[in-house]
Structures are given as structure tokens and as C-alpha cells.
Design a protein around this ligand. Structure first.
Ligand code: AMP
Length: 216
């Protein structure tokens, strides 16, 4: 099962991807996570990407396309994969089609998680992430049991540099301008599924799961 999770920043793509991983055993490919890892390691790629990420802008297409192409060729993607945060532009979507075609694969479903701007801002400014395992919390809706400590692994929680309100609004604008056209792109291919992302984590997952069960 080859999936794409589409939706604005803060729509719950990462959270839902982790639930799909648990249930279906296919890997999550998050370009945001891969770029943050490169930034943390201080690699050349990380240094280049950080400038764009801190400004709430997209990293150049050729950079992310290269990372995804390499990742899709890893053996754990043979049974399927969940793309989270990629593609984000029409050029990326076209490049992905080409990469998959060369590999004799295709996307089975694009899950579009819809959440309005004000809700996104409310969610993201209260978002905290585990430094160690990447688990995501919300200080009001899904708080950790102990302050600043991950329930799953005990790791320290932190606020992403790009999760400040001003940057979040910029990222939402970038989403509207550059990523939303993908909704139409995949609708035309007949593989788009729209989901109301304002519901609870469990309700959203139940809807996604019912779509995936029909595909499996
Ligand atoms: P995310 O964790 O998906 O919200 O991504 C965080 C940041 O990483 C974005 O604001 C971009 O700067 C960069 N990024 C992640 N995925 C992509 C992508 N597919 N294309 C361009 N930039 C990306």
C-alpha cells in the first residue's frame, strides 16, 4: 500500500502516519523529519535546508526529491510506504510519478486532511515533540503525563524552531499557494480522499482506516 498524506502543517499528518505504521507495518517517510535530522547532525544538506525551514519556506525541490528517491529504494519500502510532507509542489508530484514509474510502482491513495488556519495555529504553537523518539504532544489536547517528558520513552520534549506563530502563519500561506494545487492534481487521478481533520485523533484515524481497509 503506497500512500500520501496531504494537508497543511499541523493537520495531524505525522500523528496519523504513526498510527498507520503501527497498524499496517509500512514505513513513514517524513521529509520534515529527515531534514531536521540533517540539521541536527550539521551536514551540508542540513545547513542548506535550515535557512529555508527557519523562514517557513520550502526547501528547493531538487533537494527533497533526491532524498525521497533514495529513501524509496530502501528494502523496507517494498511492501509499501506512507509519504508524510511530500510532495509539497506540483514539480515534486511530477518527479514522484516518474520515480515510481521507473520502479514499477504507483500511489494507491492520497489522504487529504483538512484543517482551517486558525485551528492549525492553535495546534502548532502548543505542539511539543520528543527529542528522542519523535512522539508528538499537544499541551492542551494531548499533554504528556509529566511536564516536558515523553510518556513513551522518557525523552525531553521541545518546541520546533519553526513552530512559532509568525512562522506557522507563513507556512500555512506557503501551503495554500504551493501545496494545495496538489488536491486537484490527485483528484483528477481519482485517488484523492478528503478527511475532516478537526475531529479527534481517534475519529480521524477511524476514517483513514476504513479507506485503507478497502484498499488492502
Ligand atoms: P514538516 O515537518 O513537514 O512541517 O516540514 C518542516 C519544514 O521542512 C517545512 O516547512 C519545509 O521548510 C521543509 N520541508 C519538509 N518537507 C518538504 C518538502 N516536501 N518540500 C520542501 N520543503 C520541505
Amino acid at each position: 500500500m503506497n500512500l500520501i498524506l496531504l494537508g497543511p502543517p499541523g493537520s495531524g499528518k505525522g500523528t496519523q502516519a504513526k498510527l498507520i505504521v503501527e497498524k499496517y507495518g509500512i514505513p513513514q517517510i517524513s521529509t520534515g523529519d529527515m531534514l531536521r535530522e540533517a540539521v541536527a547532525k550539521g551536514t551540508e544538506l542540513g545547513k542548506e535546508a535550515k535557512k529555508y525551514m527557519d523562514a517557513g519556506q520550502l526547501v528547493p525541490d531538487e533537494v527533497v526529491i533526491g532524498i525521497v528517491k533514495e529513501r524509496l529504494q530502501q528494502p523496507d519500502c517494498e511492501k509499501g510506504f506512507i509519504l508524510d510532507g511530500f510532495p509539497r509542489t506540483i514539480a515534486q508530484a511530477e518527479a514522484l510519478d516518474k520515480i515510481l514509474e521507473e520502479m514499477g510502482k504507483k500511489i494507491d491513495a492520497v489522504i487529504n486532511i483538512q484543517v482551517p488556519e486558525e485551528e492549525v495555529v492553535k495546534r502548532i504553537v502548543n505542539r511539543r515533540t520528543c527529542k528522542n523518539c519523535g512522539a508528538v504532544y499537544h499541551l492542551i489536547y494531548n499533554p504528556p503525563k509529566e511536564d516536558n517528558k515523553c510518556d513513551k520513552c522518557g525523552g525531553e520534549l521541545y518546541q520546533r524552531d519553526d513552530d512559532k506563530e509568525e512562522t506557522v502563519r507563513k507556512r500555512y500561506k506557503v501551503y495554500k499557494e504551493q501545496t494545495e494545487p496538489l488536491v486537484e492534481y490527485y483528484a483528477k487521478k481519482g485517488i484523492l480522499y478528503n478527511i475532516d481533520g478537526t475531529k479527534s485523533i481517534e475519529e480521524v484515524f477511524a476514517e483513514i482506516d476504513s479507506i485503507l481497509q478497502k484498499l488492502a
